[in-house]
Write a protein that binds this ligand. Sequence first.
Ligand SMILES: [Ca+2]
Ligand SMILES: [Ca+2]
Length: 77
Amino acid sequence: MSEASDYAATFAMIDLDGDDLITASELQQMMEKLGAEVRPEFAEHAVQVIDTDGDGRVSLAELTAFLEQSSPGGNRA
Ligand SMILES: [Ca+2]
Ligand SMILES: [Ca+2]
């Protein structure tokens, strides 16, 4: 599915050290690269929201689930 690979590409962009898990620190660095000023506590909160299994890191499956529920995805007729 092209959507799944889109998520994988996004995930890979954020996962700076390539360990297949996104930490709050990686999320913060990514957002700063995009020009957003992010407080550490904001990044930590964002990870907590996306992290459904509670291990403190975001996996590709968790990011995919989050993006699928937060975007209509393909309903733009
Ligand atoms: Ca990582
Ligand atoms: Ca997790």
